[in-house]
Design a protein around this ligand. Structure first.
Ligand SMILES: [Zn+2]
Length: 364
């Protein structure tokens, strides 16, 4: 193979993006070469771009990616479900890859915490094989990645967020052990929170309560399974806790999910819970996300507190099945509400960073 492809590179945090050309080589054993159909800008891409989390530069951002197989390396014949893979198939894949022996994968069934784990959209672009991020013509899928074939019926807009936002919320809601009829509160109604409302409902929640300060987000959540929403900007913490508890009879919600990334909301979320309630942290990923809890309250109320990072490959399979089963019930395609070309990444990031779009898609 003797050709090149375009990649949109960020040379340094907050610097303008540059469209560059890099060589495209034949795949090696265990690799797959994909021609990218669509990538979406995740909140974590914005944090990397703004220099709020460490990321190698110059690099290609983007890890919510789907594409069509161009070349399959030796040894790759099936996806996670055992379906055969061939050039021309449209696929999604885990946002991370880890190869080789792994104590956490093999002993604790936590492949997402394997030592040496790497993520797409987090590599230096000058290193082989150059294309390991979403905002480019191509992406190489490296050994240790879970691949999943996409059904033809699913649109690109429905499919692209599967391998980050949707799979993460499958993981977070699984950790919350939501039972039939329970009341679930979702703190933060961005992309994670919106999928979280819909997934909690499909897991059997009797009532889903969404919390956010932005009216448009609350209205969106109400179309994705939230039965009730509260404006967190309009009430004091005491009033908010009282209002949520009054809406969660007899003694407060069973589950609270934090997906807003704001540590100061955690104490209020724990106060809302009933005795024996579960609190799951999914958003406060940035270093320094500290909060204060009283151990007395945690013990007296039998609170379970869990932090959840990334997801197991089974959650990607479940994410796809969840969206396929509920695509007539919820307007998933509307979540990806804007499209940009590779040469429009500056504009796309500006709009995404300032919440002027819900999920920006990049189409090469
Ligand atoms: Zn992401």
């Amino acid at each position: 193979m003797n050709r090149t492809g375009r990649a949109v590179v960020y040379p340094a945090p907050n610097a303008p993006f540059e469209v560059r050309e890099y060589p495209v080589r034949d795949v090696r054993a265990g690799e797959v070469l994909v021609r990218i159909s669509m990538s979406t800008i995740c909140r974590s891409d914005i944090h990397s771009y703004q220099g709020r989390r460490p990321n190698p530069c110059p690099g290609i951002l983007g890890h919510e990616i789907i594409g069509v197989i161009e070349q399959l390396g030796d040894g790759i014949r099936e996806d996670l479900r055992g379906d055969s893979l061939a050039p021309g198939d449209r696929i999604t894949w885990t946002e991370y890859f880890a190869d080789g022996p792994s104590y956490y994968r093999d002993v604790h069934d936590m492949p997402q915490k394997a030592p040496g784990l790497r993520k797409y959209g987090h590599d230096h672009v000058d290193d082989d094989p150059h294309f390991l991020g979403g905002f480019a013509d191509y992406c190489y899928i490296l050994p240790g990645t879970g691949i999943l074939k996409l059904p033809d019926a699913l649109t690109d807009e429905e499919a692209t967020p599967l391998n980050c936002g949707v799979a993460t919320m499958i993981s977070v809601t699984e950790a919350a052990e939501i039972a039939v009829g329970e009341t679930v509160v979702v703190q933060g109604l961005g992309l994670l929170g919106i999928y979280g409302c819909a997934i909690a409902k499909s897991r059997g929640a009797g009532r889903v309560i969404g919390l956010d300060a932005v009216p448009a987000r609350r209205r969106t959540a109400e179309r994705f399974g939230a039965d009730l929403t509260f404006d967190v900007g309009a009430a004091s913490e005491d009033d908010l806790v009282s209002a949520v508890r009054a809406a969660s009879l007899p003694d407060g919600p069973d589950v609270v999910l934090e997906v807003c990334g704001v540590p100061s909301v955690v104490p209020a979320g724990v106060r809302m819970l009933r005795v024996g309630g579960r609190y799951v942290l999914g958003g406060v990923i940035n270093p320094g996300s500290t909060f204060e809890l009283d151990g007395h309250d945690m013990i007296r109320k039998w609170i379970t507190l869990k932090g959840i990072h990334n997801y197991h490959p089974r959650h990607l399979v479940q994410a796809l099945d969840f969206v396929m089963a509920n695509r007539s019930r919820y307007p998933f395609a509307e979540i990806v509400d804007s499209r940009f070309g590779l040469d429009e990444l500056d504009e796309a990031f500006e709009k995404a960073a300032n919440h002027r779009v819900l999920r920006a898609a990049i189409v090469p």
